[in-house]
Design a protein around this ligand. Structure first.
Ligand code: IMP
Ligand code: MG
Length: 186
């Protein structure tokens, strides 16, 4: 199916960076790799709301393991677009991580600050292992090293929307990834 551009997005966004077809095929590959790597285990996936919800929903259906999952919502302290890195947990997990093989599911790793903070916080809950899967990675923006074990796509330093990622809560429902126009920030 061809990706279309509805009129309510045209003024804000540039061309499609990653098509829905490319996303589906890459997410499937990631699921296969995770299935191989976790053979004999029952991973516990933790998806970070709201951005990772769509990626997570597709990814879990590509993983052929006896897994379970939960969601966490985090918010950052401070205002503006710059990430302070200090996150506060808005919705916590329903169960303990003790002894579990935890796989954190993120939409995008940008500066890495919030993910770094979250990983430190979750490590104190004594999981058996803790790995990270992110759909998108912007390595050029990194301020702190975070080991991302599974990356869907490396992208340039652009603000992107779609497939769960938002700008002011909009555009999460686009089936592909688009770059937001610079003028939309003004
Ligand atoms: P950081 O890695 O601490 O800088 O923050 C990562 C978070 O910022 C992600 O989970 C997203 O919610 C948000 N974010 C960073 N870059 C983008 C983008 O290009 N589009 C939409 N959200 C983004
Ligand atoms: Mg996020």
């Amino acid at each position: 199916m061809k990706d279309t551009s509805p009129d309510w997005i045209c003024e804000d966004t540039q061309s499609i960076l990653i098509s829905s077809r490319a996303i589906q095929s890459r997410v499937c590959e990631m699921g296969k790799q995770i299935t191989l790597d976790y053979q004999g285990k029952k991973p516990f996936l933790v998806a970070i709301l709201k951005g990772a919800s769509i990626f997570h929903a597709d990814l879990v259906r590509s993983i052929g393991l006896d897994l379970s999952y939960d969601f966490m919502a985090v918010g950052s302290y401070g205002k503006g677009t710059a990430s302070s890195g200090e996150v506060r947990i808005l919705k916590d997990l329903d169960e303990s991580l003790e002894g579990k093989d935890v796989l954190l599911i993120e939409d995008i790793v940008d500066t890495g600050l919030s993910l770094h903070y979250l990983v430190q916080a979750l490590k104190t809950r004594n999981p058996a292992s803790l790995k990270i899967a992110a759909l998108l990675n912007k390595p050029s923006r990194r301020q702190i090293e975070v080991p991302v074990d599974y990356v869907g796509f490396e992208i340039p330093d652009e603000f992107v929307v779609g497939y769960g990622l938002d700008y002011n809560q909009r555009y999460r429902n686009l089936p592909y990834i688009r770059v937001l126009c610079q003028s939309s920030f003004e």
